[in-house]
Design a protein around this ligand. Structure first.
Ligand code: URA
Length: 207
C-alpha cells in the first residue's frame, strides 16, 4: 500500500474531535503523490462530507476552472484541507480542531513534498503566514528552504463577493511564473530579480 493510502486509512479512523461524530465521511485529501503543487483549503463542506472528496461543491467547481486556466487539473495537483471533517453547519474550524488535525497535514506535506504550497483562504494562510492579512499578501509568493508558499483567496470568497473573482483569477495566473522562476538556478533568479522593478519585487517575499 502506498504511503498516502496508508495515511488515508489512519485519517479515516481518527475520532479525536467531537465533529468526528457528526461527519458522514472523512475528507483526507486527494491527488497525485508526486504533485508539484499542493493546494490547502479550509474544511469539508456539505458536498465534500457526502462524498469524502475535497472541493466537490460550488467552490470546487471554481477551483477546477482556476486550475484549467493554468493548464492543470486534479490529477496533476494535490488538494487537502486544514481539517478533515466537516464542522456542523459549516462553522469555522475551532483552534483545537486545527491543532488536532495538524499532524495529518504535516504528514501529507512530508509524503508529497511539493515544490509549491498554495493556501486557499485565511485558515490555511494562517498556518504558513501567521500574522499576515490575506488582503495584503494574496497572490504573492514566499520562498523558504527551496519551497514556495503562495497565499490565495479561498475560491468560495469569489462566490460570495463577485468582485474577488477576477482578483483570484489573476492571482492564479501568476502561479506558473513563480514555479518556473523557482526552478531556475539561484544565479539566474538573482539576475532576474535585479531587472524586476522594485515595486514588483516588494510584492514578493524572499528569504
Ligand atoms: N471549502 C474548503 O475549504 N474545502 C473543501 O474541501 C470545500 C470547500
Amino acid at each position: 500500500m502506498s504511503a498516502l493510502n496508508e495515511l488515508y486509512d489512519s485519517i479515516r479512523c481518527c475520532e479525536k474531535c467531537e465533529i468526528a461524530r457528526s461527519r458522514v465521511k472523512v475528507v483526507p485529501g486527494e491527488g497525485a503523490e508526486d504533485a508539484e503543487i499542493m493546494f490547502i483549503g479550509e474544511a469539508p463542506g456539505f458536498y465534500e462530507d457526502q462524498q469524502g472528496r475535497p472541493f466537490v461543491g460550488p467552490a470546487g467547481k471554481f477551483l477546477d476552472e482556476l486550475l484549467a486556466s493554468i493548464n492543470l487539473n486534479r490529477q496533476k495537483v494535490y488538494i487537502a484541507n486544514v481539517i478533515k471533517c466537516r464542522p456542523p453547519a459549516n462553522r469555522d474550524p475551532l483552534p483545537q480542531e486545527i491543532l488536532n488535525c495538524r499532524h495529518w497535514l504535516n504528514r501529507q506535506i512530508e509524503i508529497i513534498n511539493p515544490k509549491a504550497i498554495v493556501t486557499l483562504g485565511r485558515y490555511s494562510m494562517a498556518m504558513f503566514f501567521p500574522q499576515k492579512s490575506i488582503s495584503k499578501i494574496h497572490g504573492t509568493a514566499e520562498k523558504r528552504n527551496g519551497k514556495l508558499y503562495v497565499a490565495m483567496y479561498h475560491p468560495a470568497a469569489a462566490l460570495h463577493q463577485g468582485n474577488l473573482k477576477d482578483v483570484i483569477k489573476a492571482d492564479f495566473l501568476k502561479l506558473p511564473g513563480y514555479i518556473a522562476d523557482n526552478a531556475r538556478p539561484a544565479e539566474v533568479q538573482e539576475e532576474k530579480k535585479e531587472s524586476v522593478p522594485i515595486a514588483k519585487q516588494l510584492n514578493m517575499f524572499e528569504d
